[in-house]
Design a protein around this ligand. Sequence first.
Ligand code: NAD
Length: 447
Amino acid sequence: NHHQSGEIMRIAVVGSGYVGLVSGACLADFGHKVVCIDKTEAKIVDLQAGRMPIYEPGLEDLVCKNSATGQLAFSTELGPAVADADVVFIAVGTPSRRGDGHADLSYIYEAAREIAAAVRGFTVVSVKSTVPVGTGDEVERIIRSCNPAADVAVVSNPEFLREGAAIDDFKRPDRIVIGLPSDERSREVMAEVYRPLYLNQAPIMFTGRRTSELIKYAANAFLALKITFINEIADLCENVGANVQEVARGIGLDNRIGSKFLHAGPGYGGSCFPKDTLALVKTAQDSGAPLRLVETTVAVNDQRKRTMARRIVLACGGNVRAKTIAVLGLTFKPNTDDVRDAPSLSIIQALIDFGASVRVYDPEGMEQAKLMLGASVDYARGVYECAKGADALVIVTEWNQFRALDFERLSRCMSKQVVVDLRNIYRREEVCKHGFEYVNVGEGVAA
Ligand code: NAD
């Protein structure tokens, strides 16, 4: 296989979740020939019929367009697609291992064994999942021991896309990181895969495999630390009569700091930051170079979610027993249906522990939330149904449709006029003029 410039690559993507599906659809859109594989048959059946198993803006159009041209196909069977592929991406999940917080690599290793049995000819195996340092070595070892004749190069290619803006992030990334093994043939192949982005001037960084694996964790840990920093500053603001949004603006204008990821809120959540910070902490402890800043970030953030529940209880006069709390927003951020490790889940659990009845609404996350929350809460079909008769309304996720609430209407349908805005999407005057008590994050009152 000699790859000349502008060559179409045959690509197999193992795991068609948020990352695998978006990556596969975008790579097909670049002109490559892609098969996305998943062992969950229902997902593949849906995708073959043009139905998206997840909510991600723009995904349906991209998938349907590239399925129609034959650039993109879906299968439950890994064998044929892998045998045919120049590059196999591994994009399976790497959740926290129960008990100790290390990354659970069983899906990665299983995929490696399946790939080993199917590869034909020189094939680059590119690990896109977020995996601890050294996982590439282990994937390589597994493939070689399962199939000594396999001619593979295992590279690390972490993904930095954000849910809710995933397609744009994949097509216009800040950078592409590729960690190469000693086998240099893979450099050319990976350069070919990303050539369309290359032409768009996306910086592509080649480095060592272990370094690449660590870059992903270091990036997520730094972002988690930045959020946690501003959250603690928010608490301080409340105590000393300062305003965190102004502090964030004031420091963010310094280019060395930057204005992104300085929004105080209920603490970070989601399918990546919590598990990745924890896994990095474990890796670092095991290596004898503990990351105490990251350890503290994890602890501060965990505590914060319960603290937010207490804030809600205080807003209700110190007791929520037999009161109804309306919660708007369940997903860990807007424009996704993903509720994995969302702050809403801990906050809701704490409110239930305090004796409250909780009614919830989310524009896209209801189905996923039902799997996590079951019968412990009531589900509403809209904002005002959610708020009806409630003693407080809590905004946990800043969906656009929550940014222009009709407070007149809310005031009429709620039993107490209390709004707790954990994302600071409103101005105090705006809410208070309708007779509401308004509680937000990091807005201290000058003595
Ligand atoms: P996901 O749970 O949405 O998808 C994983 C998919 O892999 C599932 O559909 C599962 O059925 C499938 N799968 C597991 N084992 C398989 C096998 N042997 N063969 C075929 N399919 C298999 O996970 P995700 O959110 O897409 O995350 C995947 C990886 O990417 C994780 O390591 C995550 O940390 C990383 N990542 C995620 C994001 C994000 O925003 N979600 C961003 C960057 C990196």
